[in-house]
Design a protein around this ligand. Sequence first.
Ligand SMILES: C[S@@+](CC[C@H](N)C(=O)[O-])C[C@H]1O[C@@H](n2cnc3c(N)ncnc32)[C@H](O)[C@@H]1O
Length: 279
Amino acid sequence: MQEKRRDRLVSAPRTYSRIQLMRYFLRNPREFGLMVGITTNFLRKRGILFRSRREKVGPQSQSLFWQDYPTVPLQEWLKNFDHGCNKSSLAMPNFDIYKAENQKRLDILSYQMGGAGSMELLYTLCINQRVRTVAESGVAAGWSSLAILMALEELGRGTLWSNDRPYIGLGSRRDIGLVVPPELKKNWKLMIGSDHRNLKRMLRRASPIDLFHYDSDKSYEGRTWAYPLIWESLKQGGWLISDDVQDNSAFLDYFVDKLGLEPTVIDFENKKIGVVQKN
Ligand SMILES: C[S@@+](CC[C@H](N)C(=O)[O-])C[C@H]1O[C@@H](n2cnc3c(N)ncnc32)[C@H](O)[C@@H]1O
């Protein structure tokens, strides 16, 4: 019985039953905006609502709007990334060892948390750019937070602002940032709640920001709502890293079509990470 329940939860990190969702929204009426987003997505996927030119989900449409955009493998980009940094002074931690050690803590959870962002990319950028203020949306187990906090520790200063809400109907706030050790938490300001509730407040408090890691609401609506706010809060020369941009066309629509920029898109573990610098 116990095993059955675990299987069901493990296989459903992102798909919630309608009852779980209804219960969540009844308890959190302030998250009305998120409910509208989820409902709109649901109706669009079933063709009940029309879709915008590029806003489509599914592998076929993904490849359509990403096929012409050049990408670079992570290791190649890291090798060529310099920006005035003396690489010999950069001792890159072995993140695989951290992952293996922390996996034990995650194994006791009855559900699976969202996958890690690229720790190497975040760590390297934070060190190279000698960041002071970093912010992120989407913490889950806390791999990206761990990489950023390790970089701040190495730099001997700086603050990481993070916002996350537990997986709806599955997680608890105690699980958020599970892999971050207590000694690294001194430079961490963690807010709990949906992006719609907390993002603007977090950006107001943290800005101007050197680097923002976006890894929370990956829907088209979520991204098109958040990107302009984040962009506005970045310092001149600051960076936005956005995970899983291949999910839909929001990243291209905003940064390429609307702002006329040429972001770098990195291939990493079968997904794409968008990287843009504000110049
Ligand atoms: C992929 S995980 C983050 C992984 C994390 N960056 C890491 O490297 O370990 C996505 C997280 O974003 C949260 N999330 C999704 N939509 C959200 C929203 N609208 N507001 C706040 N958090 C959200 C999920 O609950 C989950 O904790």
